[in-house]
Design a binder for this molecule. Structure first.
Ligand code: FES
Length: 170
């Protein structure tokens, strides 16, 4: 318990000290808000962070490559047969169920950057072949043959009304 001085003002002094500390803390926080807000990405930066693509022109079996943040993204509209085949296996060198790699079985969305040394694989047969060193990926983007160690990455994306996809936001 605090001791009083000769005039009995200790309690009052402690109270004033606490109030001053609290008020100055709020003031510092308020002063920092504009700086914190200025660190958020601007709307034009956010726009570049995402890529919108209209899926309506794609038929089963079609693939398109779109650019997102300077990287190729493969969008594959899979046929029912392709979906059945991919759901029946867990891939190869980096096993992963197909259902964990897609939001809708009909649409596969994966990075077009080989996980070995970053070449862009070509669509060949039922999957992709990276001609740099021979890695092979299936219709789920899973690596079947190395030297690539991992499956093609799945970027963040979501579907929006009007048969469109937004890449860059989950
Ligand atoms: S970069 Fe694709 S196999 Fe080496």
């Amino acid at each position: 318990m605090a001791e009083s001085d000769a005039l009995g003002n200790t309690g009052r002094r402690d109270f004033l000290l606490k109030v001053t500390t609290a008020v100055s803390g709020v003031g510092v926080a308020a002063a920092c808000l504009p700086f914190v807000a200025s660190m958020n990405p601007s709307s034009d930066v956010l726009a570049k962070a995402t890529t919108e693509f209209d899926l309506s022109g794609m038929n089963p079996g079609d693939m398109r490559t779109v650019a997102w943040q300077g990287k190729p993204i493969f969008i594959l509209r899979r046929s029912q047969e392709q979906i059945r085949e991919m759901e029946a296996s867990n891939g190869g060198l980096d096993p992963e169920p197909d259902r964990q790699r897609v939001k809708q079985p009909e649409w596969l969305v994966v990075s077009g950057v080989c996980t070995h040394m970053g070449c862009v694989p070509n669509r060949e047969g039922s999957g992709w072949l990276c001609h740099c060193h021979g890695s092979q990926f299936d219709d789920s983007g899973r690596v079947l043959r190395g030297p690539a160690p991992n499956n093609l990455e799945v970027p963040p994306y979501h579907f929006v009304a009007g048969n469109k996809i937004i890449i860059g936001q989950a």
